[in-house]
Design a protein around this ligand. Structure first.
Ligand code: C2E
Ligand code: CA
Ligand code: CA
Length: 700
């Protein structure tokens, strides 16, 4: 039978209940199919086309079981339909899996009606609702349930679901550890009963807030369990629309301990276990608040071990560290609980003393501290003597903030060092003035080179026997717009500390070499130039290449340059100093010992580094005519220098008497105001004309 003949047949034999079909036609979200007694399709709406893939034309006339019924259901569907026709036993509505044109499953909820048309034959209508989305949603829910389960399983946290009253509705825990309460007790309990007494009030408040504000929060708490304390974190999270709160409890004992350790390291010094700088200042700030309240004084003691660097350099850091630990112990024992001892870093300590009525009350404590360190230390079979210099600043007299007091105690400490160490010094405003000046110098010194504020002066050195100029010493001068003329004794130490001495030192060398070259041409004889070098410059790796290049550029030979260093430099004992001195010798540059007699004069050094020139300090030269001891020292120095083959320069010769006496002791070269002050390059050229370096005559 063709579909045309079937269609004709339909018109005669079936009711086309138009109003009903119109309704079915209008709903394309639902599939409606009509079947005749042979289960042939007599009606197929758009919803059916969409759901099962067959167009109306394709479907009409074909049998139900050949269209959308999967093989497994074929017999039962046919039987069910037959039974319905025969006995009136309905096929019940049900969820059922049918078949799409492309063979895929179609999940539907299928209901059926049967009625008899005017020809007395029966027609069955199936109304199928697509359950795909529903199925998917259900699958999603099942998946989420599984996922949640595995999350609960994998995470050692305890999950408690509570209602608005705080009653536990449900809980999840995979944790078998003994630190959560027995989980079977949870259900039906109030959440606050699960916490220790001092915590439950806290958690109650948090819970209230979470519920009121519909938000999240967390709290940390500790719990004593079989005499060890464990730490927990509870996160409270409001579940929207359900009026429930999820409480997730986690054991954070390990993190807590790690954090504690870090905290300790952040506040305490590793080596000595004393409070570190940070904590010390923190405590100082607290003390100040207390002192202010009670109208008391607080003393800040800044302690700096004397010459600790020498111990570190000569005996090694290990011994240095041990000594620091011992010092820390002694300081702590000396003051017991009366005060805080902290380590600021290196060999610097701080002591805070509270509750002072009178500033002099601190003196006895200082004496105890000085005394405590005075006993020798025994370390690795060595007996070491260690002393300390202490600076004192008092709140509120010397400052009202922790940083001001620390700074002023530091300034006072420098004063104690200047007083000869192993002593203490109270801060005074005058010290502050000196310090302020230092800061200004430092500020002005930046950019001073670029602003051409430095100038090199030259002080001639005279051979008194031959009445000839043999050379000069280069001495730097600084003219600053706001500071005026600043002398090197004042600004060189600042330049050394800031490292600016390196570029400034290069400037001096360059100027000195330029001048020497000009001067020689002018004088028509060989001359030498002495340049002062700070130890800091030896740490500059480029120094010697720079010097060599300058000599080459000016066509000068190395022995015309003399580098002057002071004895203190040698005492430093650092490896780089030794290397530098050897390098100087290698290059053929002369080495001069400056200010001889003022420091730790040691013949050993003179020999070891084969110095060429020794400069007798002007303090001895100036005392030579009046002071027997000075005379003896100069005499011995000159004799010794000669025996070592060093040439001697007497500095600071101001008078004829000094000159005669120096000459009498066998010193041939002098430098001093008697002949000339340090001069500008131009003035020295002028001055040099007074000497005729070719004849042994002088007009001076
Ligand atoms: P110094 O190396 O001992 O230089 C000698 C100082 O004594 C100079 O002081 C000089 O002006 C002064 N003087 C010379 N003859 C007499 C005299 O007859 N009587 C008196 N009362 N003083 C005399 P100046 O120029 O003020 O330099 C002071 C110190 O600054 C120098 O002492 C030196 O240590 C340092 N200095 C100067 N220029 C430089 C430099 O370019 N680099 C480095 N690193 N230090 C420098
Ligand atoms: Ca010098
Ligand atoms: Ca000198």
């Amino acid at each position: 039978m063709t579909s045309d003949t079937f269609n004709n047949e339909l018109k005669h034999r079936f009711v086309l209940n138009d109003s009903l079909h119109q309704l079915f036609d209008a709903v394309d979200a639902i599939s409606v199919q009509g079947y005749d007694e042979q289960r042939r399709v007599i009606y197929w709406n758009q919803g059916s086309e969409r759901l099962y893939g067959y167009s109306k034309e394709e479907a009409e006339g074909r049998k139900l079981e050949d269209l959308i019924i999967p093989d497994v259901l074929r017999d039962s569907v046919i039987q069910g339909h037959k039974a319905w026709l025969k006995t009136g036993k309905e096929i019940p509505a049900s969820e059922i899996t049918l078949r799409h044109k492309n063979g895929q499953h179609v999940f539907v909820f299928s209901s059926h009606v049967m009625f008899v048309n005017q020809y007395g034959t029966k027609q069955m209508y199936c109304i199928d609702i697509d359950l795909k989305d529903l199925r998917q949603a259900q699958a999603q829910i099942t998946f989420k349930e599984h996922m949640l389960e595995s999350i609960f399983d994998a995470i050692p946290d305890l999950f408690l679901l509570v209602d608005l009253e705080g009653l536990v509705i449900d809980y999840y825990s995979n944790n078998t550890g003994d630190y959560f309460a027995d989980s079977t007790q949870f259900k039906g309990q109030n959440i606050t009963d699960l916490f220790s007494e001092d915590q439950n009030h806290h958690i109650g408040i948090k819970l209230e807030r979470v519920i009121k504000q519909k938000t999240n929060t967390r709290i940390e708490y500790e719990h004593r369990l079989s005499d060890k304390t464990r730490y927990f974190e509870a996160r409270l999270s409001y579940i929207d629309d359900y009026d429930q709160v999820m409480i997730i409890i986690r054991d954070i004992t390990e993190q807590h301990q790690a954090a504690e350790l870090i905290r300790h390291q952040a506040y305490y010094d590793n080596l000595t276990s004393l409070p570190n700088r940070f904590l010390s200042l923190e405590r100082l700030s607290q003390s100040l608040t207390q002192s202010q309240k009670h109208n008391e004084k607080t003393a800040v003691l800044f302690l700096d071990l004397d010459d600790f660097k020498k111990i570190n350099d000569s005996l090694g850091h290990e011994i240095g560290d041990k000594l620091l630990i011992k010092c820390a112990k002694r300081l702590q024992n000396a003051i017991k609980n009366e005060a805080t001892v902290g380590r600021l870093g290196g060999d610097e300590f701080i002591v805070l003393i509270n509750g002072l009525v009178n500033r002099n009350d601190v003196v006895s404590i200082i004496q105890t501290l000085l005394e405590a360190l005075r006993r020798p230390f025994n370390l690795d079979d060595k007996e070491l003597i260690m002393t300390v210099s202490i600076g004192v600043a008092i709140y509120p007299d010397d400052g009202d903030s922790a940083s001001d007091l620390l700074r002023n105690a530091d300034i006072a400490m420098y004063q104690a060092k200047a007083l000869g160490r192993n002593t203490y010094s109270f801060f005074t405003q005058e010290m502050n003035v000196i310090m302020q000046r230092r800061l200004v110098l430092e500020a002005q010194m930046h950019g001073a080179l670029e602003r051409h504020e430095f100038e090199v002066y030259f002080q001639p050195q005279i051979d008194i026997k031959n009445k000839k100029i043999i050379g000069a010493e280069a001495l730097i001068r600084w003219h600053n717009a706001s500071l005026g003329h600043v002398m090197p004794d004042e600004f060189i130490p600042v330049a050394e500390q800031t490292g600016l001495i390196v570029p400034i030192g290069e400037f001096v060398i360059k100027q000195a070499m330029h001048f020497l070259s000009d001067w020689e041409k002018n004088q028509n004889s060989k001359l030498s130039m002495a340049v002062n070098i700070s130890p800091r410059q030896f740490r500059d790796e480029g120094l010697f290449t720079f010097i060599r290049d300058q000599l080459r550029e000016m066509s000068l030979s190395p022995e015309q340059l003399e580098l002057e260093i002071t004895e203190g430099v040698l005492m430093n004992g650092q490896g780089y100093i030794k290397n530098a001195l050897n390098k100087i010798k290698q290059l053929g540059i002369k080495l001069g010992m400056d200010d001889f007699g003022t420091g730790y004069s040691s013949l050993g050094y003179l020999r070891k580094f084969s110095f060429d020139v020794l400069k007798v300090d002007r303090s001895f030269v100036q005392g030579i005519t009046t002071n027997r001891a000075d005379y003896d020292l100069v005499k011995a120095t000159i004799a010794m220098a000669r025996s070592l083959g060093l040439s001697v320069v007497a500095e600071g010769v101001e008078t004829k008497e000094q000159l005669i006496m120096i000459q009498g002791l066998g010193c041939q070269v002098v430098q001093g105001f008697y002949y000339s002050k340090p001069l500008t390059a131009k003035n020295l050229l002028e001055y040099s004309k007074l000497f005729d370096n070719t004849e042994n005559q002088s007009s001076v």
